[in-house]
Design a protein around this ligand. Sequence first.
Ligand code: GLN
Length: 537
Amino acid sequence: MNTKYVFVTGGVASSLGKGIVAASTAKLLQARGLRVTIQKFDPYINIDPGTLNPYEHGECYVTEDGAETDLDLGHYERFLDIYTSKANNVTTGKIYNTVITKEREGAYLGKTVQIVPHITDEIKRRMLLLGRTGQYDVVITEVGGTVGDMESQPFVEAIRQLQWEMPEEDLICIHLTLVPYLAAAKELKTKPTQHSVQTLQQAGVHPDIIVCRTEKELSSELRRKMALFCNVKPGNVIQSIDAPTIYHVPFLMHEEGLDAKVCDLLGFKDLPEPDLSALRKFCDDLEHPLHEVNIALVGKYVELQDAYKSILESFVHAGVANRTKVNVIYVHSEFLNEENVQEKLGSMDGVLVAPGFGERGLEGKVVAVRYARTRGVPFFGICLGMQMCVVEFARDVLGWEDAASTEVNAYTTHPVINLMEDQKSTTIKGGTMRLGAYECQLQEGSLAHRIYGRDLIRERHRHRYEFNGEFLPQFEAAGMKATGRNPQTGLVEIVEIPEHPFFIGTQFHPEYKSTALHPQPIFVEFVKAAVALKEGR
Ligand code: GLN
């Protein structure tokens, strides 16, 4: 059987949860035994989101193979328990880069290079690339942005051409819209959906299924009306009603018959019903916690929910593993200081200091580390958070008052965090950090070793600076141990304070590998330590 393609487009508004609907569709097909992958096409011109500030586009997600990608890839991995890769996130920038490079190489000699066919051909090639590996029965492609945007047009045109070229049962298009409820009129409104589908149809793409985000149940009458005006089969308008959590969405979509319709349209016959038992148990446990803890997330992008997406989701997974409701309380590092730290962190059962870049909010992070270290509050520092726990220890325990990361202070006499050697010659900013998964050897008897229960782990990275090994003997003598190192280079990946009830900093980002069914072990133990602190109080 040919590989089948499902395209997911969106209209009316952004932030409707297209990524979750796409991931839920993928989950349902996977749970029926199909081999599924999912990819994201983003219309912006950056080659990847690695150079974007989280305020612009939320978290930058990092794959095993070191791609800096859209945060939706995180949802795909968390839902499907698969690894995505560089090939799973394509941007307008990547498409143009390829075409322009080919033009310079002479690939189109004599021809005018145009959006149609050259750009659209390259988009189509990338859309079909994963399918051509033969590894998948279904490739789901989520197209970022909303139809009608100028920058989405080449992508929509590529889908139109594929819809025209391919056998009908090999490709379907799901269009996600919003059906707003007008409180004053006490009515759900279908017009925005009609307009959005019209826009799609004007571009020549006809949706097979319309998924409507809604706060209230859609009556059969409304569904029929939208089906008629949008020219889709009655029954192919389905609702995506607000769910208690994103992990409930696959169940809601299944109740609406989404997966059955998709299978039917793509010609998959006699597939078993989806086996969602593991996810069902996860959701049940999520809804029925036995404990509750407050964990401070200290960072500088706290105004934006999406900036720390993978960390938040890791806490959901780790909470379920501990049957604990984890309230993540954002603490703005820019406004945290010695005077207000007690007030801000006093009721916290754990403190996580977040990753980040640059100087803003850095001293607040040091204050948070000091509080957790000296009060015996469970502490977890990730990347910049780990680097700041090293700085804090150097200043307070080793007495090196000006200890710093050279990221913000090039003239410190104690550069305890230092630019990595191979970064020194790098001037290009995009895609040049130490990225993706590397091995880390754990020291026997350490907290990390107990947590993972293994000698060798692989975790993902995104950084330019590292622990300065020159100072390691002094740190270890004073009680901060390097318990995880890269076996090839010796780079310090994990620091711990064994005297403390739970104090760990990781240069890597464990949050990228936590999934609903495989919670990340450091998060699990961190939450456990927070529960222990709370119950012992
Ligand atoms: N800015 C630090 C570095 O580049 C930390 C990066 C991060 O937290 N992801 O090393």
